[in-house]
Design a protein around this ligand. Structure first.
Ligand code: SF4
Ligand code: FES
Length: 253
């Protein structure tokens, strides 16, 4: 298979950037999208040209680093898959493929396809944890959790922090990411003591970092490689509302 790639190239955060065209030759249908980019980069390096900067680590859908907008879709055309789980058989021979970084002011572009997602780390650090010592695995197994609650918490915990929800949202909202963290812990007994504080702190930090608001477009759910449901946003809003009613004060962003 052969492809024409139109790739966003940007030297650094200050460079205005622009698209550059490359040819990908003799691509195998069973190559992953990242392997195809590796081959293009090998050719660029052989010609003494700057390779395309993109992130990857696990290459098996776990780490959330392979963030790319492919033909206008976060993580490309496959449902429930990250870029590293996308294979070239998903495209037609001769296709032109447009590859861009995430576009959101809270995720500034560092170089080419690499963006700074440390805003997510700041939100997690604001409250996406429990501070109580819950003991070892044996102690955890003694705390009974109803099966439906455990399943819902596990579904939310599947979030890999990739940021596709933000990139896909017309408002660059981070609600699905934050909701996944808040809902995960709010469904477990260990998460109860700090749940009001957590919801307030994480939502406040999200707002302060410049993410937009949710307007129910549901693009986040459609783009999420872990298929996290927007029902978690409803849960987060209930947790946030309950915390306000409890009279907890909103911490500064
Ligand atoms: S909610 Fe889904 S799309 Fe958003 S960061 Fe988590 S895994 Fe990625
Ligand atoms: S490289 Fe880790 S999720 Fe794609």
């Amino acid at each position: 298979m052969n492809f024409t790639l139109r790739v966003w190239r940007q030297k650094d955060a200050k460079d205005p950037g622009g698209f550059k065209e490359y040819k990908a030759h003799d691509v195998l249908a069973d190559m992953s999208f990242l392997e195809m980019l590796d081959e293009v980069n090998n050719e660029l390096i052989a010609k003494n040209e700057e390779p395309i900067a993109f992130e990857s680590d696990c290459r098996e859908g776990i780490c959330g680093t392979c963030c790319q907008m492919i033909n206008g879709e976060a993580h490309g055309p496959e449902t429930g898959a990250t870029v590293c789980q996308l294979f070239m058989r998903s495209f037609k021979d001769g296709d032109t493929i447009i590859i861009e970084p995430w576009r959101a002011s809270a995720f500034p572009i560092l170089k080419d396809l690499v963006v700074d997602r440390s805003a997510f780390d700041e939100i997690t650090a604001a409250g996406g944890f429990i501070s109580a010592n819950v003991g070892g695995a044996q102690d955890a197994n003694c705390i009974l959790v109803p099966k439906p609650e455990a399943d819902t918490a596990m579904d939310a915990a599947a979030c890999i922090g990739c940021g596709a929800c933000v990139a896909a949202c017309p408002n660059a909202s981070a609600m699905l990411f934050v909701a996944a963290k808040v809902s995960h812990l709010a469904h477990l007994p260990q998460g109860q003591p700090e749940k009001a504080k957590r919801a307030l702190a994480m939502v406040s930090k999200m707002d302060g970092l410049g993410f937009g608001n949710c307007r129910n477009y549901y693009e986040c759910e459609a783009a999420c490689p872990k298929e996290i449901s927007v029902e978690h946003i409803a849960k987060m809003n209930r947790e946030y509302g309950a915390a306000i009613l409890l009279g907890k004060t909103n911490p500064p962003a």
